[in-house]
Design a protein around this ligand. Structure first.
Ligand SMILES: Nc1ncnc2c1ncn2[C@@H]1O[C@H](COP(=O)(O)OP(=O)(O)O)[C@@H](O)[C@H]1O
Ligand SMILES: [Mg+2]
Length: 355
């Protein structure tokens, strides 16, 4: 009857409602949630471009918009991170390159420093050796003179004495022994001198004027070619000196050589001699640039040179050594204006004194 129909209708309506609800839930909630889950999984895998589901106007739609915005922000911050990382990488690279460069420069400097050190060490050793030899040379020359000369005289007189007829055979024998004993140190000195390669040449009466004339005649053409006018003013007569002629000639050559070096474009050279007060003086003046006050003493130091590889720095050191070996002095005269003047003073040779 009617109740049965109503029941059927209600049943159908109920089923329809359930179906409709199911469809609604499925389409309105489950599906978007599944899609969300799918895009979240994609994001989790690192796919930040995954787009969330449909743009609906309900809460699901708003959720999707919010989700998209969040993804955009994450993507932006990822990109920013990547950019910063790249910047840091480049900075590191740059830093590494600079450190490498600096290390290389440092290594170069270190090497240069080490070479300079070795050079300095070498030079110091050479200097010490040169000083040692100079001292040895002076010492041996002094020894030869102070010991050798009187011993030779003693030996000579012993030999003369041995010829005397008044001597007994025993006396003669004793004199022979004395002479033999004296010969020993004389021989030792000779060997010592030979080892030091210093050959003391005999001192003789030397007229400096004669040496100057020889040297200037020798150097004349070279001086002329360099545009150097040479003015020689010799005092006549000049007191002789007792000297090693070769050394005095060397002294002259060194002083003239320096004067020539100082006037590469030509100039005036004056050589003067004078005597008086028991001394003979030699003055060499040039019209070069002169020597600055702070170098006045240094120029006499061995190895001091301002000529770089062209100089040895020994010229004036040798001059001083020679002059002092002759009990004289050498100095740089102070003078206003340019030019350099070297003054050498050596004791005059006094007759009768055999020294
Ligand atoms: N007549 C001069 N004029 C200017 N400077 C000089 C003169 N003579 C010497 N000097 C200076 O003294 C230095 C040392 O001289 P020297 O001992 O002869 O060595 P070198 O001639 O080998 O340099 C020279 O390098 C130079 O600077
Ligand atoms: Mg010189």
């Amino acid at each position: 009857g009617l109740r049965g129909q109503l029941l059927v209708i209600l049943l159908v309506a109920g089923v329809a409602t359930i179906v409709a609800l199911t469809v609604f839930i499925e389409r309105g909630l489950n599906r978007p949630i599944r899609l969300f889950l799918a895009s979240m999984t994609a994001v989790e895998r690192g796919d930040l471009a995954a787009t969330p589901p449909s743009m609906r106007r309900d809460e699901m739609g708003e959720l999707a918009v919010g989700f998209t915005r969040m993804l955009d922000r994450i993507r932006e911050s990822h990109e920013e991170n990547a950019r910063l990382l790249e910047e840091i990488r480049r900075f590191n690279q740059d830093l590494q390159r600079r450190v490498d460069e600096a290390t290389e420069v440092l290594a170069d400097r270190n090497e240069a420093l080490q070479q300079a050190n070795e050079l300095l060490f070498d030079l110091t050793r050479q200097l010490r050796r040169a000083e040692h030899f100079a001292t040895m040379g002076q010492l041996t020359a002094t020894m030869a003179h102070e010991i050798g000369t009187p011993l030779n005289a003693v030996s000579l007189h012993l030999q003369l004495l041995a010829r005397s007829a008044a001597l007994t055979a025993a006396d003669r024998h004793r004199l022979g022994i004395i002479d033999q004993q004296i010969q020993r140190p004389v021989k030792t000195i000779h060997e010592f001198l030979a080892a030091a390669r210093v050959e003391p040449r005999p001192r003789q009466r030397v007229d400096i004027n004669v040496l100057i004339r020889n040297v200037t005649t020798l150097m004349g053409p070279a001086l002329g070619a360099k545009g150097i006018v040479c003015d020689v003013r010799l005092a006549e007569p000049l007191a002789p000196i007792r000297a090693d002629e070769h050394q005095i000639q060397q002294l002259l050559l060194n002083l003239l050589g320096n004067a020539v070096d100082a006037m590469p474009g030509g100039g005036h050279l004056r050589i003067e001699t004078a005597s008086g007060g028991g001394f003979v003086s030699l003055t060499v003046t040039d019209s070069g640039p002169g020597i600055p006050p702070e170098l006045r003493e240094r120029v006499f130091e061995p190895f001091f040179t301002t000529k770089g590889a062209a100089g040895t720095g020994l010229g004036l050191a040798v001059c001083r050594s020679i002059v002092e070996g002759h009990r004289g002095t050498i100095e740089l005269a102070s003078q206003p204006g340019p030019g350099a003047t070297f003054v050498v003073r050596v004791p005059a040779h006094s007759e009768g004194v055999d020294g």
